[in-house]
Each structure stands twice: as C-alpha cells, then as structure tokens.
Design a protein around this ligand. Structure first.
Ligand SMILES: Nc1nc2c(ncn2[C@@H]2O[C@H](COP(=O)(O)OP(=O)(O)O)[C@@H](O)[C@H]2O)c(=O)[nH]1
Ligand SMILES: [Mg+2]
Length: 248
C-alpha cells in the first residue's frame, strides 16, 4: 500500500502537465508505490488532462489546476509549494508526458537519503542510448545549453541541464526562493544557478533517455531561444556580481 516512504524520506512526485491527456494517466500510474503524494499540476490545459489524471488516482494523487497556462517552471513551483505544505522530505519532478523512467526514481532519491546531496538531477548523457534515442537537434541543443549552464550556474561537474527529472530535498526547496523562479522554459537553468548561490550540493544521476514513437515537445528553437538566453545571461551576471562582492 501507499504512504510507505523511501528510506525514511516522505516523498512527493510533482507532475507538471499541459495538454497531456494522452500520457498523464500512464505517468500517474507508473509512479512507484513508495511515493507518498503525487501532485499533478494541470497548467491551464485545453483538454481533459485534469479529469484523466484524477481517474488514475489510487489514493495518493492530488490535482492542482492553474486557471490559465503559466508555464512549466510555474507549474513545478506550484507543485513544490504543495509538497512543502504536505510536509514532505523530498519532492521529485516527473514530466506528465511519460518521458521519465520510474525505475530511475530510487537513484535520484538515494543521495538525498544518504545526506550526500540537497538536489539531484538526471543525466541522460551517462547512457549510450542517448545517441540513438535523442533526436539530433535536441542533442545539439542540450549539449550547448549544458556547457553554457556550467558557466552560468557555477556547477562545473553537472551536465544535461535541461533534464527535467529531478529530486529536491526540503532544505533545497526552502532555500531557493521559489517565488523568484523563472516560470517558463529556462527554469532548470535558473534553478541551478539559485541552488549554487544558496551553497547547496547538487549531483547528477544517470537516467534513461525516453523518446517514444509519439514523442513531441513544447520546445521549438524559435519559442525558447529568447527566454533561455535571458535566464542564462541573468544568472551569469548575478554570479559575477556575487563573486566580485565576495572578493571586495
Ligand atoms: N510545453 C509546455 N509544457 C508544459 C507547460 N506547463 C507544464 N508543462 C509540462 O512540462 C513537461 C515538459 O514539457 P515538454 O514540452 O515535454 O519538454 P521536454 O520534454 O523537455 O521537451 C510536460 O509534462 C508538459 O506537460 C507549458 O506551459 N508548456
Ligand atoms: Mg517532454
């Protein structure tokens, strides 16, 4: 049964979902039984995402609805807030489109349970399958953004900045000023920089890249290039300012 915790951690899984009627039920039912709370954030979907997610409930699912679309970052922040209110020790994020392998969740939670990290994120590039699975344009974009995010966040040991499969400790969620987080695509790059300036420990964990036959994404170069460039420049400027302040 549910509410079993994971290695002493009370865990929530936050599922941001925007027009995911086709995949959200499978995503919800795939969440492992040790997860205490599943929080689906329906981000102003125009389809039946909320109803379908609710119908997959086995007793631990909550649906939170944004009246209008606010972006994937804002949807995740809504889920994090609810997770904090529920008193969880850790909150993982799994996208509502079924692109995350539930069997990878324990590896993301282990460094938190072992008190070795405050935040963990998936790294699909640790698997050779990434070269086969990830479409070439995404590979190129992800590699470029991962390299830039090393510089702008200050976490030189991390890669695959755009991987949305993550787990945050309660400590990290309380430290990063959720209200300031960037609401749209670019939020992972923004969050990493905030985690670094709060002095938190972040580690990469190998996860499986999943791009099924019906794969689609809300990301297109035209729509994300400006917000992501803005986030990267802002984080970089902030980091430079902080290091000048420290050395002054
Ligand atoms: N495209 C998009 N996705 C959103 C939004 N809000 C929440 N999401 C969810 O965020 C997750 C990641 O989005 P996706 O477009 O698949 O990104 P990708 O997997 O990194 O290419 C999915 O589960 C979406 O349903 C939004 O405003 N736009
Ligand atoms: Mg996706």
């Amino acid at each position: 049964m549910f509410r079993s915790m994971y290695r002493g951690l009370r865990v929530a899984v936050v599922i941001p979902a925007f027009n995911e009627v086709g995949a959200v039920a499978t995503t919800v039912t795939s969440v492992p039984d040790f997860v205490d709370h599943v929080i689906v954030v329906d981000d102003g979907s125009h389809d039946e995402t909320a109803r379908v997610a609710a119908s997959a409930d086995r007793g631990q699912v909550e649906i939170v609805c944004h009246g209008a679309n606010r972006g994937v970052g804002a949807a995740i922040v809504t889920g994090y807030r609810r997770a904090l209110d529920l008193g969880v020790d850790a909150a993982a994020v799994m996208a509502g489109d079924g692109q995350m392998d539930p069997s990878d969740l324990p590896s993301l939670l282990d460094p938190l349970a072992d008190h070795e990290a405050d935040y963990t994120k998936g790294n699909r590039f640790r698997s050779r399958a990434v070269w086969r699975e990830m479409p070439p344009a995404r590979l190129a974009g992800n590699i470029a953004l991962s390299c830039l995010t090393k510089v702008t966040s200050g976490y030189w040991h991390l890669f695959d900045s755009q991987c949305g499969y993550t787990a945050a400790s309660r400590r990290a969620l309380l430290a990063v000023e959720l209200e300031k987080m960037f609401p749209r695509y670019g939020y992972p790059n923004d969050l990493l920089a905030r985690l670094h300036s709060a002095g938190l420990r972040v580690v990469d964990v190998p996860v499986q890249p999943i791009y099924g036959e019906t794969w689609r994404s809300g990301i297109s170069v035209g729509t994300v290039i400006y917000p992501i460039s803005f986030v990267l420049l802002r984080s970089w400027a902030q980091r430079l300012t902080n290091s000048w302040r420290e050395s002054a």
